[in-house]
Design a protein around this ligand. Structure first.
Ligand code: NAD
Ligand code: LMR
Length: 327
């Protein structure tokens, strides 16, 4: 298994690369960034784990060398938020960064699993899909927007109510997109079931939807979530790799092109959003089945979904337009 991190020298990239270097599923790890990859690579190369590590800068065909032979490419490249910014404010710079990297993927490793972390995820995933479509290399089952941090936050924040010692034991689907009101946690479907007192549900839901802002504010100009994101990104990447190696029964929410995933067509129709995050069953070749939880959710969550659809549709169109009519 060859894994690539694009944006490897950044706040997310470094701890994510550390986790992948330590992962026994990874045989080769290639780090790519526009700065500092020699240092990060030299540092990680002293770790006595299986993965052989290589680092590349753009010079001397660095992107091509990093991507060639890749089985999984994780992309946390791009600028993060500062206080007062929305994720959409990152579009101007990050859209071009993601487009360039995906053009490289289309050329050098079109069969790889692609995990997009760069914000705004609601738009960067449609950008990635459009770039791959243009190149005739789009496999919707292998393009994932990473929304795992929302799931991790839901698990963590509900602990104050459940009192469960290990928060990761409570499975909570989070659907929709990855920004503010487009993030829809489904506490009514928690497993094992959780009874949220009515007077606590708004605050809990809001904290999951705006958890990113909490970190941006606390970092006070020094960026957004990096360590928790590296944990979440690794957790998702590990699941994709385990499924690719034949482990069955792995289901995790992720933001995908719904018409291209079995079971997703119905979700795209019902939501009016071609890209949507739902619990997706992973297999050897990527997404095997998109699960539609919407019929089972509470009235409260149905209302949340209405707000989600409005914001998400605009974000998706913006990404698609960016590739169709480059600025
Ligand atoms: P950062 O600035 O610390 O790191 C970004 C890295 O990307 C830098 O090292 C930079 O040199 C590199 N980079 C820039 N252009 C590049 C290019 N063309 N090719 C390769 N590398 C390039 O930022 P960060 O805190 O690591 O955040 C990265 C992105 O992840 C941001 O867009 C942020 O909003 C997003 N993010 C997403 C989630 C999520 O849940 N999906 C969570 C947290 C952060
Ligand atoms: C998050 O949810 O923490 C990330 O999307 C980063 C951000 O800008 O909030």
């Amino acid at each position: 298994m060859k894994a690539v991190v694009a944006g490897a020298s950044g706040g997310i990239g470094q701890p994510l690369s550390l986790l992948l270097k330590a992962c026994p599923l990874v045989d080769k790890l290639a780090l790519y960034d526009v700065v500092n990859t020699p240092g990060v690579t030299a540092d990680l190369s002293h770790i006595s784990s299986i993965a052989q590590i290589e680092g590349y800068l753009p010079a001397d065909d660095g992107l091509k060398k990093a991507l060639t032979g890749a089985d999984i490419v994780v992309i946390p490249a791009g600028i993060p938020r500062k206080p007062g910014m929305t994720r959409d404010d990152l579009f101007k710079i990050n859209a071009g960064i993601v487009k360039g990297l995906i053009e490289g993927v289309a050329e050098h490793c079109p069969d790889a699993f692609i995990l997009v972390i760069s914000n705004p995820v609601n738009s960067t995933v449609p950008i990635a899909a459009e770039v791959l479509k243009k190149a005739g290399k789009f496999n919707p089952k292998k393009l994932f927007g990473v929304t795992t941090l929302d799931v991790v936050r839901a698990e963590t924040f509900v602990q104050s109510i459940t009192g469960e010692k290990d928060p990761a034991k409570t499975v909570i689907p989070v659907i929709g997109g990855h920004s503010g009101e487009t993030i829809v946690p489904l506490f009514s479907l928690a497993k094992p079931a959780v009874k949220i007192p009515e007077d606590k549900l708004d605050a809990l839901t809001n904290r999951v939807q705006f958890g990113g802002d909490e970190v941006v504010k606390a970092k006070d100009g020094a960026g957004s979530a990096t360590l928790s994101m590296a944990y979440a990104g690794y957790r998702f990447a590990e699941k994709v790799m385990k499924a690719a190696k034949g482990e069955s029964g792995i289901i995790e929410p992720t933001f995908m092109y719904m018409p291209g995933v079995p079971g997703g067509e119905e979700i795209a129709k019902e939501t009016g959003c071609e890209y949507f995050s739902v619990p997706v069953e992973l297999g050897k070749d990527g997404a095997q089945k998109a699960h539609n939880p919407i019929k089972d959710i509470s009235e409260y969550e149905k209302k949340l979904l209405q707000a989600c659809y409005d914001g998400l549709k605009g974000n998706i169109t913006k990404g698609v337009e960016f590739v169709a009519n480059p600025p």
